[in-house]
Write a protein that binds this ligand. Structure first.
Ligand SMILES: [Zn+2]
Length: 390
């Protein structure tokens, strides 16, 4: 009887601790700087309703306590180059406006810091438009200004593909015979135009030379909207220590990507062995949909889901990346850039955006102060948004 009583007491303490974590999480401002759910909207999915597929939708973002979401506008270069990526980017922006029009009490497109504060007061999700990859401006500063006019407030100069004026991390690392590295004079004028307009420059996916050229050119703080730590997982998409120091010196912030392959150095090797076992099915999907199509990506995802979950790292591995940056350059320079709905594998206990409070719990467990946790959860992005966008 006594033992039973002690067990109940233990459960009570545990749940009250959990309630404290949840209360603190929901009181805090939470910003996530990278989410690809617009790709699902473009496939006809209604994110105003709760779904049981994918990583996010409006109800689940609310359940995860998210106050601000940067929605990535990513245009597949294999499909829309050379001449329709600007149109496609605009269509994706249209799709976000359509969602915001249908659910004005839940989501609002945010173009200024004042908008952000109003939304925060009303409990409405601030939606920030972030274009991922420079190809949609089609080598035109006018088109860059037009995207600003449509609400773009974050701009990643490259995705995995380089543009005519900026080289990507993938190309600088893996491509042979690239004609140049870094920013061309036009690339530098893109940086200056972003500074002038009040668009946050995003260095995620940029090659190292492009990264250094951006930092030399920009007069405003930059972000890495979804990049993790190279010292913990040496992938070309991650940032080396000297880059982290440079972001601190610039006053910028690094938002940690949740993709298992950028967190755990052994993960991609494990995926390759899973793919070997599913070679025949994957080959059929490639024939049916084309290897570089969005549809192939979604079908592959569905096929391998259970296997990938099994080999994914624990949530602590993600926390290690946040902790590394916070310890190296300070908690003022790190945040969350999940890449929900844009990646094929997430850590265990982070299956979708409703699990975000677990990060708050883990940081409290590791001894972070509430002040520092609030910077990491959203305070740091607020600071950048205010300083650059105004
Ligand atoms: Zn990306």
């Amino acid at each position: 009887m006594k033992r039973h009583y002690l067990f109940l007491l233990f459960l009570l303490i545990l749940s009250s601790c959990r309630n404290d974590v949840l209360k603190f999480h929901f009181e805090s401002y939470v910003a996530d700087t990278h989410n690809d759910v617009l790709l699902r909207v473009m496939r006809g999915e209604d994110i105003t309703r709760r779904m049981d597929t994918g990583h996010s939708d409006l109800p689940r973002l609310k359940e995860g306590g998210v106050d601000l979401q940067v929605f990535a506008v990513w245009v597949n270069p294999d499909r829309y180059l050379p001449d329709s990526s600007f149109i496609r980017a605009n269509e994706m922006i249209d799709s976000l406006y359509a969602v915001a029009t249908r659910a004005p009490d839940r989501i609002s497109i945010t173009e200024t810091y004042a908008d952000l504060l109003i939304n925060e007061r009303k409990g409405v999700l601030s939606a920030v438009i972030g274009v991922e990859g420079g190809h949609p401006i089609e080598n035109s500063l006018e088109k860059l200004e037009q995207l600003y006019g449509r609400g773009m407030r974050c701009f990643g100069l490259t995705w995995n593909n380089s543009t005519d004026w900026a080289t990507s991390a993938r190309d600088e690392t893996e491509a042979k015979d690239i004609p140049f590295k870094g920013l061309t004079p036009f690339g530098k004028s893109v940086v200056r135009k972003c500074n002038e307009l009040g668009v946050i420059i995003d260095v995620s996916h940029s090659g190292e030379q492009t990264f250094w050229d951006i930092l030399e050119t920009t007069s405003k703080p930059v972000i890495a909207s979804h990049s993790s730590v190279y010292a913990l997982c040496p992938h070309y998409r991650n940032l080396k220590d000297n880059q982290l120091w440079a972001i601190k010196a610039n006053g910028g912030v690094v938002f940690i990507n949740f993709y298992a392959g950028y967190l755990d150095p052994e993960f991609e090797q494990k995926v390759t062995s899973v793919e070997e076992r599913y070679r025949r099915e994957l080959d059929s999907l490639k024939v049916l949909y084309g290897e570089h199509s969005d549809e192939y990506w979604y079908r592959r995802q569905a096929l391998l889901e259970a296997e990938i979950e099994r080999i994914s790292p624990d949530l602590d591995v993600l926390i290690d990346h946040i902790d590394y940056v916070a310890k190296l350059i300070g908690p003022e320079y790190v945040g969350l850039g999940s890449d929900f709905d844009g990646v094929s594998a997430l850590p265990k206990q982070m299956e979708d955006c409703t699990y975000l409070p677990a990060i708050t719990g883990k940081l409290l467990e590791r001894g972070y102060s509430k002040h520092d946790i609030q910077l990491i959860l959203g305070g740091n992005f607020k600071r950048i948004f205010r300083a650059v966008v105004g």
